[in-house]
Design a protein around this ligand. Structure first.
Ligand code: AMP
Length: 194
């Protein structure tokens, strides 16, 4: 039985870094980031990558079929039973598609959805700071595209929160503290549920 944890958060919330650090600590945890998986596909030069790029470069959501397929393949291929996926769901449609998949997949159980919260100001500062950092080059880290990504994140958020709250599996984590404190809190939460 695979135990799935989702991490959602605004662009710049630190969700991918947090999940990466937790997976590094424990060899029995596998982590995937939807954004990283899409960037890898773009970098591969495939036709699918070119389609994905036409959405990612504008800060838009890649089509639902690609998003759900990407995470289902990732979950199935995960070498460990504890799987963290950050960056999904990003819409009601994605949330419902995953729910439908989970209903008929007895081998995968969604344990918790962790929302890393940051204010828009902090998110913006971090994303634009990342853009200024020559080590990390992301074509979608600029003010206009940031605003679009932020809006796309915020629009469905209430509905996503309500859905997972009704299932009693939503946990909010304050993402405005040091990485160490945030990672420890998420790590403890995961440890308490596996
Ligand atoms: P991130 O690295 O999480 O900021 O994601 C970077 C970009 O990848 C987003 O702005 C979207 O274009 C795309 N993306 C990531 N996750 C998803 C998803 N679940 N659904 C659709 N597009 C996504």
């Amino acid at each position: 039985m695979k135990k799935l944890f989702l991490i959602i958060g605004a662009p710049g919330s630190g969700k991918t870094t947090d999940a990466e650090l937790i997976a590094q600590k424990h060899s029995y945890i596998t982590h995937y980031s939807t954004g990283d998986m899409f960037r890898a596909e773009i970098a591969s030069g495939s036709e699918r990558g070119a389609i994905i790029d036409s959405f990612v470069s504008k800060g838009n959501l890649v089509p639902i079929e690609i998003a759900i397929e990407t995470i289902i393949i990732a979950i199935k291929n995960a070498p460990n039973d504890v799987v963290i996926i950050d960056g999904y769901p990003r819409s009601d449609e994605q949330m419902n598609a995953l729910d439908k998949y989970l209903e008929q997949e007895v081998e995968v159980s969604l344990i918790n959805v962790i929302e890393v919260t940051v204010s828009k100001e902090v998110a913006c500062q971090r994303v634009l700071g990342r853009a200024a950092d020559a080590k990390i080059v992301r074509s979608d880290d600029n003010v206009e595209i940031f605003n679009n990504r932020m809006k796309l994140y915020t629009d469905p958020l209430k509905s996503i929160q309500a859905f997972y709250t009704s299932k009693n599996i939503l946990t909010k984590v304050n993402g405005e503290r040091t990485i160490e404190v945030i990672v420890n809190e998420i790590d403890e939460l995961i440890q308490s549920k596996i």
